[in-house]
Design a binder for this molecule. Sequence first.
Ligand SMILES: Nc1ncnc2c1ncn2[C@@H]1O[C@H](COP(=O)(O)OP(=O)(O)O)[C@@H](O)[C@H]1O
Ligand SMILES: [Mg+2]
Length: 284
Amino acid sequence: MRAGDKLDYIKAEGLKKEYPGRTAALKGLNFRLSKKISTVLGHNGAGKTTLLRILSTQLLPSSGRASVLGLDINDDAQEIRERIVSIPQESDALEVLTPYEHLEMYLSARGIGTREASASIDSALKTVGLYAARDHTANTLSGGMKRKIFVAMALASNADLTFLDEPTTGLDPVSRMEVWSAIKKLRGGVILTTHYLEEAKFLADEVMILNSGRLIAKGEINSLLKPYRHLVRIDGIMEGRKSFRIGDIMISYLGDKAALAYMKKGYQPKQLDLEDLFVLGALK
Ligand SMILES: Nc1ncnc2c1ncn2[C@@H]1O[C@H](COP(=O)(O)OP(=O)(O)O)[C@@H](O)[C@H]1O
Ligand SMILES: [Mg+2]
């Protein structure tokens, strides 16, 4: 990589993973990620965790190649580990430790001594809004505060790239927003997985959508929506070829003219959004 070239956080070529006796979890992924925050979106079982574990050098692919920060996951694993932070799915705070102690322990595991660590710990705890609670044991903290400890770990490590596997699953809406704003404060690149569309919309400069181990779409949400920009969505009616009944819910996608007639009847058209790509079957 020459100076001035745009850095790819991730580059993957033909990445496959087969767990013994199962259908492949990743079926040959080719992609690059270079935006500040990228989101890997997909249902349970789509292959998100497998992908993150491979990229953070915790799991070997069955075949294919990938580089992280320009470094090869097979040949340069140690160097990658020194430059990334990886927060696994369902990371949970230890009840008897304080936020400060969590970060102290984590930085010490990364080879950063207590004295040196103290300023970056305080600064990270301030950034995520945990400073006032720095000496409270985790069992007295809310779910959102506990998850923010992990984002603070990434902040204090000053990593070039942070992987977060479903950082907000199971949190209430307010706690999720707290974690989202903490994630926005990370210095380097961020790659996070989620199955919440609104999380991808709020955080991501770029989304990649996995379905059963295959990459079915990748890009900025606005670019993915471009082919549909002549349409608006109206709920509660079935009209035209692009209309869908999902359970008892009716959704129609109409051009301006047809939409106008419904507006006169009091219907409110909406701009299309990420979820509409799923409804339209654009992302199966
Ligand atoms: N350690 C494992 N051994 C065998 N199969 C696994 C293992 N981990 C994941 N799988 C399977 O691989 C597929 C992808 O799983 P995973 O990467 O955890 O998806 P996601 O994180 O998107 O829910 C699933 O079918 C899952 O059952
Ligand atoms: Mg997972």
